[in-house]
Design a binder for this molecule. Structure first.
Ligand code: NAP
Length: 309
């Protein structure tokens, strides 16, 4: 019998208890899932950073920590965490992100604000370009970035993806590393940020890089707040270099009431709702990863502590 500790916000227990127990059973695992095992008896921790466990030292026999979140920036530097940490790669989370990114890209692409939301009595007959004529760049070509890239390619957009390591993804122009970033941004009309928050990705979009995009480009950030230099973005919005920024994530969340983003006419704020882990699909991922570990296979989706994601 495996003792599995569920360490997340109390409200999450009601959502996850049944799906996790079903998934453990389907994976052939005999598991005792609870919110309060004695630390020294815990085999695995299902974890979210806003739950009660902050010190992993007493979890002496824990074989792995299974994060419910894709972003691990608040736990990756925890010095007491010596056990393997798996981040969340969940089909439901990915599909939710694809839908959000496609919707916000299409809003800007077809000019919904002008032609639908405007309703100002002006008969405007300017047509948007076809998707094929609007280059899109996705910074971060991981689980989420790649899935969004495929969906945008299917709609006809020329998509460039940028990652840390070299990649070869069908239909997507792949660039990587410091040298690839400028090239990825040159002339981009829509830039979507799906990078993790690490020391290396902070202020990826700074003044110089914003200036590389096409005049009047759109920024869509469902990644993390620190990826953007906020002052540089506000300046670029004010000159029209950036036409609009749709921002789901911020350095401080909730976004403070007096933050200039709230009132800026060219900024759309959404409250970190681009996507979320879905209990049914996430439970299956966690159960199959634990089953892998129990049968001697390496865990999937392990976080690289030195890279920070
Ligand atoms: P992932 O699979 O780890 O992908 C991260 C991508 O970023 C990879 O392509 C990686 O390159 C690239 N990258 C990392 N550091 C880089 C660097 N220094 N330079 C260039 N590229 C770099 O992560 P994911 O599952 O797609 O999630 C991405 C992020 O989305 C999460 O970290 C989280 O912050 C955010 N998120 C937001 C929401 C929301 O609701 N707003 C929900 C879920 C996730 P390699 O491929 O070479 O490793």
């Amino acid at each position: 019998m495996l003792n599995i500790l569920f360490s997340a916000k109390p409200a999450a227990w009601a959502e996850y208890e049944a799906p996790l127990n079903r998934a453990f059973q389907s994976a052939g695992l005999s598991a005792n899932l609870a919110q309060d095992h004695a630390p020294a008896d815990v085999d695995y921790i299902v974890f979210s950073p806003n739950g009660p466990v902050t010190d992993f030292t007493p979890y002496t026999r824990t074989k792995a920590v299974m994060s419910l979140w894709a972003g691990v920036e608040t736990v990756v530097g925890n010095k007491t965490l010596t056990q393997p940490l798996a981040r969340m790669v969940d089909h439901g989370l990915t599909r939710g992100m694809v839908e959000w990114v496609v919707a916000h890209t299409m809003r800007h692409h077809i000019g919904m604000d002008t032609h639908i939301l405007g309703q100002d009595g002006v008969w405007r007959t300017d047509y948007p370009p076809l998707a094929q004529d609007r280059p899109v760049t996705i910074l971060g070509l991981g689980a989420l970035g790649e899935a969004c890239g495929h969906a945008l390619v299917a709609l006809g957009f020329p998509v460039t993806g940028w990652s840390r390591s070299a990649k070869d993804v069908a239909g997507i122009r792949c660039l990587h590393g410091e040298a690839g970033l400028d090239q990825a941004l040159d002339g981009a009309q829509v830039v979507i940020l799906l990078l993790p928050d690490t020391p290396a990705t902070e202020n990826t979009l700074n003044a110089d890089r914003l200036a590389r995009m096409a005049k009047g480009a759109f920024i869509i950030n469902p990644g993390r707040g620190p990826l953007i230099d906020d002052d540089a973005l506000l300046a670029a919005l004010n000159t029209g270099q950036i036409a609009h920024a749709t921002l789901d994530v911020f350095r401080v969340e909730p976004l403070p009431e007096d933050h200039p983003y709230w009132a800026h006419p060219q900024v759309t704020v959404t409250p970190h709702i681009a996507s979320t882990t879905r209990p049914d699909t996430a439970a299956q991922i966690i159960a199959s990863n634990i089953a892998r570990g129990e049968s001697g296979l390496p865990f999937l989706n392990l976080v690289d502590r030195s890279a920070g994601y």
